[in-house]
Design a binder for this molecule. Structure first.
Ligand SMILES: N=c1c2ncn([C@@H]3O[C@H](COP(=O)(O)OP(=O)(O)OP(=O)(O)O)[C@@H](O)[C@H]3O)c2ncn1[C@@H]1O[C@H](COP(=O)(O)O)[C@@H](O)[C@H]1O
Length: 109
């Protein structure tokens, strides 16, 4: 796993464990609960879509990677809030590397 992702995950887990709302955005979000986290993930996904359109039409070439980072970060907070990890996601991706997406689709029948 990418070092930054692994480091970020360790920080997210530490913030969830210490749950110090005053000094931590992750702790705040974790304490607010699943609905608030899902709201943030939804918001960030919408911002990602808008940034992708702006990137394509050339009006904004800066925001797309930042919005993608926001989505990834909030998805990691979501996974960790529920006791999962980005490792659970990379394991799924790894298990899919032996098959093309089209083969997988055809195998569903
Ligand atoms: N990568 C991030 C990161 N990306 C985005 N954000 C926060 O996510 C929020 C994004 O929400 P919005 O853009 O909607 O901004 P907002 O209007 O302030 O949000 P709300 O008031 O609606 O919650 C902002 O507060 C950002 O600061 C992040 N906050 C933290 N991290 C990482 O998480 C680590 C732990 O952070 P703390 O828990 O704050 O210590 C940090 O060291 C960083 O590495």
């Amino acid at each position: 796993m990418n070092d930054i992702i692994a480091q970020l995950e360790a920080t997210i887990q530490a913030r969830i464990n210490t749950a110090d709302e005053n000094s931590s955005y992750v702790s705040q979000l974790h304490n607010k609960g699943l609905n608030k986290i899902l709201e943030k993930v939804g918001e960030e996904c919408t911002e990602l879509l808008l940034a992708a359109k702006d990137y394509e039409n050339g009006s904004d070439r800066e925001s797309l990677p930042k919005e993608a980072a926001d989505v990834l970060f909030h998805m990691m907070v979501l996974l960790n809030h529920l006791g999962l990890s980005i490792n659970d996601v990379t394991q799924v991706l790894a298990s899919r590397t032996q098959q093309s997406g089209l083969e997988e689709k055809a195998s569903r029948g």
